[in-house]
Design a protein around this ligand. Structure first.
Ligand code: 13P
Ligand code: SF4
Length: 344
């Protein structure tokens, strides 16, 4: 059983958006009954909770069994022996868990589980592109629906996108749907001396497209030793003005290992909350932005889906689509790890 004092000890340093989001003892006391109820029913149901780092800190530090980025959570979903996976994140992450675990129950507690990237392109759109550009290798970001993954050759995440695009034995690539990440891939390939034609789609993440290099310049004047840590969904001008670019888990690791004190972290606020919780000695400056989809996950809804899931909380995928989507995810694992984990 978790006590309010134990929860507060973990979250006392979280101050995203000022006092409104501070974890006082009173606030923690109001959260622990729900946390303890979830942890109890989780055991009874043989369920695990996977949580992306962007969801609320009380989920990450109160009930999650696994936390991380899209790549790490996909591997965690593959590795669990639990019967049920509750995925506190967004729908495409729940779909990825189901693609990898067709026999498990996968539940998504988020009440607004979209993603501006995943919602930008459909399987039919990819089929039309393939008719127009039949010689390209189709590389989809993991932030896509199962239908889109089913039409693509290789899936990538923010943690492996550059290395996979470089390794693909075709100099014609179609990357979708993130146009900004796509422009970052083009820049990185040029930097590595890799000559490929990389066509791009028109999607963007509404959270990451907000940042601009002017803000970085302004903060560097105020904090001369500032380290700027950025997600590759940001615009190339922002990426170029940054000191480190990586997936959310890579950003966490980078900050943990850095000797600097002042950081500007250009990604969703949940990651800044995690950094504040885990590195009270470091100073996180500037403003983060919130993803309304990730923030639609609550303790109440996690408890609800564990007790009485509705049809829309449960991920179901047509078996033919699932098998074809699985092929693109397994291709990602082979490029990244040389084999598909646990299925070598
Ligand atoms: P990561 O895989 O880096 O966690 O990114 C997921 C995401 O949705 C970023 O907006
Ligand atoms: Fe999608 Fe952007 Fe939210 Fe990530 S932060 S889930 S890319 S809308």
């Amino acid at each position: 059983m978790m006590t309010a004092e134990q929860l507060q000890a973990k979250l006392a340093n979280v101050k995203v958006n000022g006092a409104a989001c501070s974890y006082t003892l009173d606030k923690c006391a109001s959260l622990v009954p729900m946390i303890n109820a979830i942890n109890e029913i989780k055991k009874q149901r043989n369920a695990v909770i996977l949580a992306h780092s962007y969801v609320a800190p009380e989920i990450v530090y109160g009930v999650a069994d696994f936390t991380g980025d899209s790549y790490g959570l996909s591997k965690d979903a593959m590795g669990t022996t639990a019967k049920t996976i509750v995925f506190a994140a967004v729908r495409f992450m729940g779909e990825t868990a189901k693609i990898l675990n067709p026999d498990k129950e996968v539940l998504i507690p988020g009440t607004d589980s979209g993603c501006t990237l995943a919602d930008a392109v459909t399987g039919a759109d990819v089929r039309a592109l393939k008719a127009k550009y039949p010689d390209h290798t189709y590389v989809c970001y993991i932030n896509t629906t199962a239908d889109v993954k089913a039409e693509c050759d290789v899936c990538v995440t923010s943690s492996n996108v550059y290395d996979i695009v470089e390794a693909i034995p075709n100099d014609k690539i179609y990357f979708l749907p993130d146009k900004l990440m796509g422009r970052n891939i083009q820049d990185e390939m040029a930097r590595r001396g890799v000559n490929k034609e990389i066509l791009l789609y028109e999607g963007t993440c509404y959270v990451h497209e907000e940042y601009d290099p002017e803000m970085i310049r302004f903060m560097r004047v105020k904090f001369p030793k500032l380290e700027v840590v950025t997600h590759p969904e940001c615009a190339p001008e922002v990426v170029k003005a940054s000191d480190y670019v990586g997936s959310t888990s890579q950003m966490l690791k980078h900050v943990a290992a850095s000797k600097e004190k002042d950081f500007l972290v250009l990604t969703e606020c949940g990651l800044v909350s995690r950094l504040q919780a885990e590195h009270p000695e470091k100073n996180f400056v500037g403003a983060c932005t919130m993803c309304r989809y990730m923030k639609s996950n609550t303790l109440q809804d996690i408890l609800r889906v564990l007790i009485q899931p509705r049809r829309e909380d449960r991920i179901e995928i047509d078996e033919d689509v699932r098998k074809r989507a699985l092929a693109s995810i397994e291709a990602m694992f082979r490029y990244t790890e040389g084999s598909v984990p646990g299925r070598a």
